[in-house]
Design a protein around this ligand. Sequence first.
Ligand code: PHE
Length: 349
Amino acid sequence: MKEQIEEIKKKALQKIQEVKDSKELNDLRVNVLGKKGELTQVLRGMGSLAPEERPKIGDLVNKVKSQIEMQIEKAEKEFAKRELEAKLEKEKIDITLPSEKVKRGSKHPVNRMIEKIEDLFVSMGYDVVSGPELETDEYCFERLNLPKGHPARDMQDSFYITEEHLLRTQTSSVQARTLMKYKDNPQPIRIIVPGKTYRKEDDATHSHQFCQCEGLVIDKKENHVSLADLKGTLEIFVKEVIGDNLDLRFRPSYFPFTEPSYEVDVTCFKCLGKGCSLCKQTGWIEILGAGIVHPNVLKMNGYDPDVWGGFAFGPGLERLTMFRYGIPDMRYLYTNDIRFLKQFDRKED
Ligand code: PHE
């Protein structure tokens, strides 16, 4: 029996040297030391031995067992080490490779335009204010000298939500809101109001939602906020935000909240005045409405028209954006084609 045990030991130790991976090693462990393993089988045969032989054999088996176990453990550690090394080698990161570029969105051209206008007017002492897009009929029309049933209401086809509420058709509503805010303590006002507006229109050149930027300047009459000031302001505005090679043209027009009223055109950016399809061969493109604030508007919103006066203007921002960046079709601004927007990635102005 002793020889048998020695033989098992010899064979097992030799096999441990030959084993190629941890799976084979585990099989070996089961075959030799497991419940049905070779060494266990030997122990089972102990019954047939003389009683004085049993402890000796038992002792030997235990020794052999722990020897084999030790060797298996050693081999196991070696395999684990090798496997780890292989893994590290395989998963090595090449830190010299250029990293993948982080994809970032870019500012929308209309938002760039808004920031540009804000910077300009803030530098001239204006405040930037906002008002609700869901507006009341009162602020959108009535307090702007447009009572219910007034024919000029047809100029702006509106989205009514209830009898009294609508999506504002013009940022002019914030003129009335600002005047009313100070009605108990009238004071000079110099504000711009960039924001979204809505009208029931959808043809090739109009969108149901667009942006405007209202401007309102009110001061004591003795300080003469005149038509000349409006013109000068708009000239600076156009030259700064669109380009200084463009001319301005004031055309008499009608708005219920200004008197006199004007529509202001600039030289067509595409043909520079020669006439093209964009400007319908006129050489001019309309960009805003403006005028001297109507006395009724002042009166209705708590400012005495004998003491106070001023001007207001309201450009549409999509047109200005098209001018500034040379965008030939307004729809590019709304389809959000990534290839279009990407062109503005690096333009910081
Ligand atoms: N609110 C007018 C429009 O939407 C523009 C405007 C603003 C006209 C301020 C005069 C003064 O057409």
